[in-house]
Design a protein around this ligand. Sequence first.
Ligand code: GLU
Length: 311
Amino acid sequence: MLNIAELQQLITHLHEKYRDLDEGEVATYIPELGKANPDHFGICVYTVEGQEISIGDTGVEYTIQSICKPLAFAYALEDLGRDKTLMHVGVEPSGDSFNSIELDPVSRRPYNPMVNAGAIAVASLIKGENPEAGVGRFLERLCKATDRNLRVDQAVLQSETLTGSRNKAIAYLMHNFGVIDTEIEHTLHQYFSQCSVLVNTRDLALMAASIANLGENPVTGAEAFSVQYTRDVLATLFTCGMYNYAGEWAYRVGVPAKSGVSGGIMGVVNREAGIAVYSPRLDARGNSVRGIAVFRELAEECGLHAFDVFA
Ligand code: GLU
């Protein structure tokens, strides 16, 4: 990794270099997401020592979307342990798009916690006694991984609930195979609410840095994640975190990461730093175009690939 001044210089250069890259489209299948400003662009790195290096629109809020998936997976593991959690969700890359209506044909479980089916199964495991309690508890836990109070964007939640037929179909399919319990609407509310939590790019970098720092938030010192399961989260991020670009990402970038359809990408450089990039224009697979460009170059310049020989 570079020193702080070099890193600031590098991300400033990358921000400048990719600011005019305007390929890709803002997601509109959840209508409320279509209101995002396509020009917003922020890059933030948090080191495990708690130092922040930022450039651009790192304070702009957007909904976390799929980046909630690894965090919810961590909470399910913490609540239920590995064996029980893995009875409901696998850890196998699917190679298919994030919203595929499919389950593993043999186990009948969703392939992994990073596709919608797997994340809905995880939401069913961590939902509370009632819908608001489950969402409140999720927010409380998530706040430990940042240094701000977080809240749900009600407009996005409503937009997603009204248009989420595909996710509803997935949930009913899983109920049919006994993967989730009968409280289907409650589970979907938990899942949609988790996706609708408002974050900014600083939050995402700090959440990633908390994972990188053995579960401890490097700014507040709070235990955000149990160290017992950060390995599980990192392994699934590495193999399944970037939609059906996961293999290519592992090959070219080599940083466990998760992207979301609102345009964020969160990457964990284990024991070193958390990195987040936000830019809402997405490629056909649902990954931020500028996000991928920045991560690729940052990983190359700083030797961040997990299997780099000269770091
Ligand atoms: N809430 C989104 C959905 O379920 C999350 C998708 C994503 O960010 O990949 O469709």
